[in-house]
Design a protein around this ligand. Structure first.
Ligand SMILES: C[S@@+](CC[C@H](N)C(=O)[O-])C[C@H]1O[C@@H](n2cnc3c(N)ncnc32)[C@H](O)[C@@H]1O
Length: 311
């Protein structure tokens, strides 16, 4: 009898346990709005390409972060959404009549929902990215076992895929590699598994540092992976290979910093760049690197180049 009562209570509590708040964003404000949602109690925030279901159109000349971006904050059903909407309305990040949708979701473990959709994927000739909770398709391949946790980087985004394919195409044996904006650590760990002797992962998000550390352990490469917040990066680190999958804006701002971390004749790959932003970044990095033509996947570009030998 008692257990029946408990079951009833549990069932009652389980009705509509999640609320989803969905907004549209621009390249300028997306990350800051995501942070605002987290500060206001969101259990998770995801950015998705919303090309098929735009909530509002970009202003002329405005770029979207991931094409046309939806930002989705996930809340427990008991959360009072009114103060959160009020906060957003008062925020300079959004106009006061911003578009949004609030939906009640069915009862599922939404935070881990993507896990079912994440399958082993092959990049280039040798490299597989495998969810750490699923069996590997080929024991003899180079397998990176990954759980991205709350950080970006599963290999499903075209920019990550472009960087993984580039890393697979290089001879990384005994090389020093920097992964600028390491997220889940996917590129850093792939570089180690492809033969690099030392990799330095840098990210301004502490959750990315945690996810990268956990994934390095999963892959038995913790000893070779050093992880730093940008402010803590020691001086005197120079890379044979640097990969940075951030966004065009930070890549432009960080260009002198990134350039100074690459050895003469070292290799560079940049992604997180929309196709139409590629020429501008080729010009910026062309000051120090011999840049190749952009490689495009969907609407995203990867740029690569070799650092000129200082005269
Ligand atoms: C698009 S994700 C890439 C993650 C992973 N490297 C991949 O390729 O999938 C970009 C990462 O760069 C980090 N990031 C953005 N701006 C940064 C900056 N100025 N310095 C360091 N990390 C930055 C973000 O926190 C995020 O983890």
């Amino acid at each position: 009898m008692l257990s029946l009562i408990i079951i009833t209570i549990l069932k009652k509590e389980k009705i509509m346990p999640w609320i989803q708040l969905k907004l549209n964003a621009t390249a300028k404000n997306a990350e800051n709005i995501g942070e605002l949602l987290m500060e206001n109690g969101a259990l998770s925030v995801t950015f998705t390409d919303a090309q098929d279901v735009p909530i509002f159109e970009p202003a002329p000349g405005e770029t979207r972060l991931w094409g046309n971006t939806d930002i989705t904050g996930l809340y427990e059903a008991e959360t009072n959404m009114l103060p959160i909407l009020e906060q957003l309305r008062n925020s300079p990040l959004l106009s006061s009549d911003f578009s949004h949708k609030i939906e009640a979701l069915e009862d599922k473990d939404w935070e881990r929902e993507w896990m079912d959709k994440f399958h082993p994927m092959k990049f280039g000739q040798r490299l597989w990215i495998c969810p750490s909770w699923k069996p590997v398709p080929d024991e003899n391949a180079i397998n990176v076992m990954l759980d991205p946790g709350l950080a970006f980087g599963t290999g499903t985004h075209p920019t990550t895929a472009l960087c993984l394919t580039w890393l697979d195409s290089l001879d990384l044996q005994d090389k020093v590699v920097i992964d600028f904006g390491c997220g889940s650590g996917i590129l850093a760990i792939a570089a180690l598994k492809l033969g690099a002797k030392r990799v330095i992962g840098i990210d301004l998000d502490p959750q990315a540092i945690t996810a990268s550390r956990d994934n390095a352990q999963r892959n038995n490469v913790s000893d070779q992976l050093e992880l730093y917040l940008p402010a803590d990066l020691p001086e005197g680190i120079f890379a044979d290979v640097l990969v940075a999958n951030i966004l065009a804006g930070p890549l432009r701002e960080l260009s002198t910093n990134i350039e100074s971390l690459v050895k003469s004749n070292g290799s560079l790959a940049l992604s997180g760049i929309l196709e139409q932003q590629a020429d501008e970044l080729i010009e910026v990095y062309g000051q120090w690197f011999t840049m190749e033509k952009a490689t495009i996947k969907e609407e995203w570009a990867r740029l690569s180049g070799i650092k000129n030998i200082a005269s």
